[in-house]
Design a protein around this ligand. Structure first.
Ligand code: OGA
Ligand code: MN
Length: 307
């Protein structure tokens, strides 16, 4: 069997049908995609902005249930201690309790709208903008695997998700123009996932003098900032209310994942309802970065640098 196949591909005359090789690889990729709540890679609509080389846009490659999975993870799980959140400084969640659970128990809409960001892995320091080895938590395995899968599908090999900011936007939230330059490895792409309501995303140039382009980021859309666009100014001036079809139209049901309880929430309308209600007035953005250079094990601490 093997020998025949070997011969077939080795043959000069007649030459083998190379289309066959490609098809097999694509199907293999497609299967593992469903573990992350993604449609098969061969169906993705991938664009690169003509005016911004390196800015890659993938139009919602997620299934409805896949979108729900990442939303539940962001609200119920990633918001838990010891991950850092803007709520830490406010003392609103009693010790030993969790934000999402407290909100659900008292139907506390005020507290629900107070969560603005969570940091994962190497924690983003909002003041110094410097990552430190001492200021680091565990990076969620599922999100690291999803990020690597997306990166590899676009041919960015060896991507390691080491830091992420999860941004929680409400209808009046904005994110002012900035660049993300704290990572030691600026060759690695930055992967940004959007869920919930639609954002107007502005992408500018290397300085604030360049005129930005505006684009919609809808639920499920992925933006990859790489190469020339990796260090460009960007921001979110507006959130627009759209419908919920992205996370409510079930065309498939083959989603499997190690987090069985999360998958169960996604499939049970009554369990999903509070998450859907949140999403009707909110947007969630997961912003994933690689911090270290390839082969680098850790960051030098400040004391190391001095010696
Ligand atoms: C960020 C960021 C963009 C977005 O977190 O650094 O640029 O789409 N987010 O919310
Ligand atoms: Mn950014």
């Amino acid at each position: 069997m093997f020998k025949d196949c070997f011969k077939y591909y080795k043959s000069k005359n007649p030459p083998p049908d190379l289309e066959k090789v490609r098809r097999i690889n694509l199907e293999k990729t497609g299967n593992s995609a469903s573990n992350f709540g993604l449609n098969p890679v061969k169906t993705w609509e991938v664009y690169e902005l003509v005016d911004h080389p390196g800015l890659i846009f993938i139009k919602n490659p997620f299934t409805s249930i896949g979108q729900r999975y990442w939303v539940v993870r962001c609200l119920q799980d990633y918001s838990k201690r010891p991950n850092k959140t803007n709520l830490d400084a406010l003392n609103l969640v009693p010790e030993g309790k969790e934000w999402w659970e407290v909100c659900q128990n008292n139907n506390n809409k005020i507290l629900m709208n107070k969560l603005r960001w969570v940091t994962l892995g190497y924690h983003h320091d909002w003041e110094s903008k410097v990552y430190a080895e001492e200021n680091k938590g565990e990076f969620p395995k599922d999100l690291a695997e999803l990020s690597r899968f997306i990166a590899e599908s676009l041919n960015f090999l060896h991507f390691n998700a080491e830091a992420a900011i999860v941004n929680y936007y409400h209808m009046d939230s904005t994110l002012s123009g900035h660049t993300d330059h704290s990572e030691h490895n600026l060759k690695a792409p930055l992967i940004s996932l959007s869920f919930g309501q639609t954002a107007i995303f502005l992408l500018g140039g290397k300085t604030k003098d360049d005129e930005p382009s505006a684009m919609f980021l809808r639920s499920g859309d992925i933006v990859v900032m790489s190469e020339e666009s990796r260090l460009c100014y960007h921001g979110v001036p507006k959130i627009l209310q759209m419908d919920s079809r992205f996370w409510n139209c079930f065309e498939e049901n083959d989603f499997t994942n190690d987090c069985k309880n999360v998958v169960n929430i996604c499939k049970e309308e009554t369990l999903w309802k509070p998450f859907g209600d949140y999403l009707n007035n909110s947007r969630i953005n997961i912003n994933v970065r690689q911090v270290l250079q390839r082969g680098q094990k850790r960051l030098c601490s400040e004391s190391d640098e001095k010696t």
